[in-house]
Write a protein that binds this ligand. Sequence first.
Ligand code: BJW
Length: 233
Amino acid sequence: MKHVVVLTGAGISAESGLGTFRDKGGLWARYDPMTLATPEAFARDPALVQAFYDARRRNLLDAAPNAAHAALVRLDKELADRGGRLTLVTQNVDDLHERAGSRSVLHMHGELLKARCLACRAVSPWRADITPVDRCPVCGVGGLRPHVVWFGEMPLGMDAIEAALADADLFVAIGTSGSVYPAAGFVAAARRHGARTCELNLEPSDTAGLFEERHHGPATAVVPTWVEATLAG
Ligand code: BJW
């Protein structure tokens, strides 16, 4: 196996205590995403949007990576030792892959522990609440917004992701419902380019039928088992 591309979603961090979006009791079951996760919502009511992300940032700082994050670190190291490579793309705004030890993570929907300047667009590390008096550490002028990608905004790193999908031997989606584009289209793109495809999720996702191989169950069980089998095979 030369090049494995892994896409993760909220399900991989669920057992670390971070909420998913579309499960029963998930964030979008309790809150309307159109009032919290669009540029229009932020323009209309910045305090409401900041409070939502402040609460999630505090929750993230109390969370820890789990066995599924750790298994992907092992996969990365073992592939590298054998002359292969892992491209890890995440839709998650948490930093649990990095805290588990992943060296290079493409955060296509941004990062909760960073803030973006509304004036100069510089992105800075940010672990505290974002308040109206906070100023950009780079230009000292602008106010700040969470460095996350809202509906209607362009996901980050798409050129690198598309290049990885075109080069992949195996594409694996972990803990994602397959309901948000462009990420939901990655399995079809990987297949078009000749990659094998595998889904690891609690239950069949919206795009489950597009994957050749599927394993369903909690990420902390299914991901380490799959990594073990992949490295043995
Ligand atoms: C477990 C588990 C356990 C649970 N173990 N598994 C109509 C058609 C097509 C597209 C569109 C359309 N109308 C609008 C669009 C575009 C829109 C879109 O896709 N909308 C859909 C809702 C229809 N997309 C966009 O706007 C994107 N931008 C865009 O398209 O730009 C134009 C473009 C054009 C061409 C190329 C490229 C771009 C931007 C999307 C931004 C998404 N933002 C959010 C919020 C980020 C900040 C934040 O965190 O608040 O990103 S929304 C939310 O959804 C978040 C997630 O990253 C994303 C995906 O969710 P995810 O990770 O899949 O979570 P869930 O909850 O949905 O699923 C969890 C899964 O885990 C479930 O299946 C569970 O079963 C499983 N699970 N416990 C294993 N223990």
